[in-house]
Design a protein around this ligand. Sequence first.
Ligand code: KG4
Ligand code: ZN
Length: 390
Amino acid sequence: RVCHDRSAVVCIALRCYLPEGNGATGRPMNASITVLGIESSCDDTAAAVLRVSTGNSEILSNVVEGQARLHAPFGGVVPEIAARAHAEKLDICVAQALDEAGLGLDQIDAVAVTAGPGLIGGVVSGVMCAKGIALARGLPLYGVNHLAGHALTPRLTDGVAFPYLMLLVSGGHCQFLVVSGPDAFQRLGGTIDDAPGEAFDKVARLIALPQPGGPSIEALAKQGDAKRFKLPRPLLDREGCDMSFSGLKTAVLRQRDQLLVDGTLSAKDQADLAAGFQAAVVDVLAEKTRRALALYAPLTETRSICVAGGVAANMAIRTGLETVASDFEAKFIAPPLALCTDNAAMIAYAALEQMGTREPDGMDLSARPRWPLDQRAPAMLGSGKKGAKA
Ligand code: KG4
Ligand code: ZN
């Protein structure tokens, strides 16, 4: 194809591909689009190459360079360190992603980048990198909401049809979304304080388990007695789908303080606290999912509930959600873990889906620390003067 206006190529090709995607239209198409995705909103520097042809999406490469080692001594992500590490690694990750895909930049049709929400230094690094490539190569640029990337992933991995219910549970986010289109998200509720992953990490620290806390707590919980301590199930007494995990963490702290002997916990106490905490998170997520499903179920006969985010790796949580899903005769979908956690393939894919509904962004694309997916949802309790972050 000979066309110097790449954005025209992308739009023409996308008209064949969208709106159904993944071959669901059954329409013939001969175009293929290759998108470079870039992600740097938290503590993973990522680049990926995604190709869509004849209605099928194929991940040609998916490079993720984690920063856990850099942040470990500080017990949490340090924004300045994250930003510097992204700036250092972004071009390396992009080069590696192209290399693994066996492509050069001249074979890329569009650049997609996370433009928020997230730690601003990291988001700026990614946006500047993407702008540089797009400008130098005359490619269309798409700024993508990080949460849209997570929320649309089940379409990339499982071709799930709209509308579906999405539970995003990660270290930074927790919300229920009804996803009705590439850019149509309705938030039914979310956490008013900590995200569940954050709570897992903080509780692990409280009971002297290694980071990341989720996998450590899950492993130890298998040996613990979940019923020994009476831990709260926050906000279950309140209507709706909002959640809270910070009080639960404080309850674990209080319980731990009563158990300490010479500043240490016995192995049994540690395991029982891990099990009790995990069981409380499972109960809260399961009950709130039940409520979200009750709101979503009347919208469609083919019901799907999807999860994404690192916490979706937890088998106890998955089992709890699967039980609720089956009560509503809804299909339960959890993308493979590498696509559940932060990655750039999901950003490239979200851009591909959105190409059919909007124009590319200009060089004035800005990095946004706050960018709620559902702009109409009322600000959450605890979101501060500036409103919802995500
Ligand atoms: O989605 P993710 O990789 O990164 C961001 O939050 O950006 O999620 C990481 C979070 C961490 O808080 C980690 O403790 C949690 O996911 N996590 C888990 C498990 N594996 C990872 N939480 C509970 N159980 C697990 N098995
Ligand atoms: Zn994420």
